[in-house]
Design a protein around this ligand. Sequence first.
Ligand SMILES: [Fe+2]
Length: 157
Amino acid sequence: MDRINLILNNKVFLENYKIIEKYEIDRIFCKHNLSHFLDVARIMYIKNLEEKINFKKDIIYAIALLHDIGRSLEYTKNIKHNKASKDLALIILSECNFSESEIEIIVSSIIAHNDFDHIVINKLLREADKLSRNCFDCLSFKDCNWDEERKNKGITL
Ligand SMILES: [Fe+2]
């Protein structure tokens, strides 16, 4: 997990993380913080093991840590966060010893995380992203704009 800790301490990652923190300080809905990134990573990894998909752990964690980092540019420059996350991930990953082929897998998954394709790693991210939200324990449940059937009303993983 050395490369994951390089991401965690990467200057570009930290700068953008702090911007998200600042913009979401009073947010009553789900935040895009380290707790969310790690929930997504761990859920992806559990499903990866349960479903015997066999993606490498640090590829999964890199995707999860970076999939929402571009929220910073959505807040400051109105750039869609999946595109912004992809652009920031390209910079961060190249500074954290990921190979060209690994970067390709990671950024493809990040850019597709709001779409509905059937690529296994992309689907893994989308499912974990949704499952990571504890709607059943959320004070803003009624005001949230997620469709009723999308909300997690109990523990499934
Ligand atoms: Fe997310």
